[in-house]
Design a protein around this ligand. Structure first.
Ligand SMILES: C[C@H](O)[C@H](O)[C@H]1CNC2=NC(N)=NC(=O)C2=N1
Length: 100
């Protein structure tokens, strides 16, 4: 699947749809699709990262993320097109599911 950089309107519409399915919102921060996940403890946070890692490797589309104890900050952008694309929204939806 080739990536196409989404327009501002495209990002805004995709964000509305993505956030209708999740309790805590994704936002655009520094031009990247961003979310802070909070888990009950480190093990759950790391389990989320492990499930996500297997998926991102299969899709060859990788997050920028950091983990502090029970928190995982995720930022998604499609480097090949220099902006947010459908691939980022697909991964965001999957990560919300992995987070339970
Ligand atoms: C060579 C390799 O397929 C590319 O660099 C892939 C790897 N993972 C990637 N991840 C993200 N987030 N954006 C990309 O453009 C991208 N490109």
């Amino acid at each position: 699947m080739t990536a196409h950089k989404l327009s501002e309107l495209g990002v805004s519409n995709a964000l509305k749809s993505l956030n209708s399915e999740t309790v805590s919102p994704w936002v655009i921060e520094d031009g990247k699709l961003t979310k802070l996940f909070q888990f009950k403890d480190f093990q759950h946070a790391f389990g989320f990262m492990t499930m996500s890692a297997l998926y991102v490797e299969k899709k060859n589309h990788h997050p920028e993320w950091s983990n502090t104890y029970n928190k995982v900050k995720v930022q998604l952008i499609t480097h090949d097109v220099g902006g947010v694309s459908e691939k980022d929204f697909d991964l965001a939806k999957r990560m919300d599911r992995f987070a339970g």
